[in-house]
Design a binder for this molecule. Structure first.
Ligand SMILES: Nc1ncnc2c1ncn2[C@@H]1O[C@H](COP(=O)(O)OP(=O)(O)OP(=O)(O)O)[C@@H](O)[C@H]1O
Length: 220
């Protein structure tokens, strides 16, 4: 499903450059639940952002479902971003001014989905995640665990093929973290969504079926 070949990422520093990722080769198959682990600053988030099309590599090739991402025109890339990829952030990144319902609905508005279909999809997810009673609340009226549930609901409402999650339980206490990990495991098994998470936690990584270790910008 995903293939990286010789991916590098660097930032300019003075007259030189700071290399964040060095010649990363990586294959992720459909249906996997992969955990990316490594020390702080080793390049995990950078790698995830490249996979999630939030950043571009400095060089190398990224194939998504067999297609070279850097060869795609903007329209195709946006379609891929909106249609096939869901992203979950450590700090949730919900829109404070929108209700739970509106936050979850947002990706569907970008897809120009008819209103009746949007309503039914959002209602299904609210029901599935047991947050119907919270639908008119704003993010700051929710616990961290509930906010992350909304973050995940927003990521999957468009039925993506893959979810990228950057330390999704980093701000949560252990009970909430376990609930979120159980949800990811269910989305992986039942809904067949491929999952790639960055985590510092062995407990979280145990929910997945493969660990990718990264150190100093290189996959070990
Ligand atoms: N926009 C940027 N400009 C310059 N340097 C950057 C930029 N983004 C990230 N870096 C640097 O890249 C390195 C890797 O960062 P990254 O966030 O990928 O690490 P990480 O493994 O996810 O770390 P952590 O576990 O602490 O979140 C860090 O040294 C960081 O300072």
């Amino acid at each position: 499903m995903i293939q990286l070949r010789n991916i590098t990422k660097h930032y300019p520093v003075g007259f030189g450059k700071h290399e964040i990722l060095k010649d990363v080769d990586l294959t992720i198959h459909e249906g996997e639940f992969v955990s990316v682990m490594g020390p702080s600053g080793s390049g995990k988030s950078t790698l995830l952002h490249i996979l999630g099309l939030l950043e571009e590599p400095s060089s190398g090739e990224y194939l998504f479902q067999g297609e070279l991402v850097h060869r795609m025109n903007d329209k195709k890339r946006t379609q891929l971003h909106r249609g096939a990829i869901g992203f979950v952030f450590q700090a949730y990144h919900l829109i404070d001014e929108l209700t739970v319902y509106e936050n979850i609905e947002t990706p569907l508005l970008y897809k120009n989905m008819p209103s009746s279909e949007r309503k039914s999809k959002v209602a299904d997810i609210l029901d599935r995640f047991n947050i119907v009673a919270k639908k008119d609340l704003f993010p700051n009226q929710l616990s961290g665990g509930q906010q992350q549930l909304v973050g995940i609901a927003r990521a999957i409402v468009g039925e993506p093929a893959v979810i990228f999650a950057d330390e999704p339980t980093g701000n949560l206490h252990s009970d909430q973290a376990r609930e979120i990990m159980e949800l990811f495991a269910e989305l992986n098994k039942k809904d067949k969504i491929t999952i790639v998470q960055v985590t510092h936690s062995d407990v979280n990584a145990a929910f997945g079926n493969r660990i990718i270790r990264i150190r100093d910008g290189q996959v070990l």
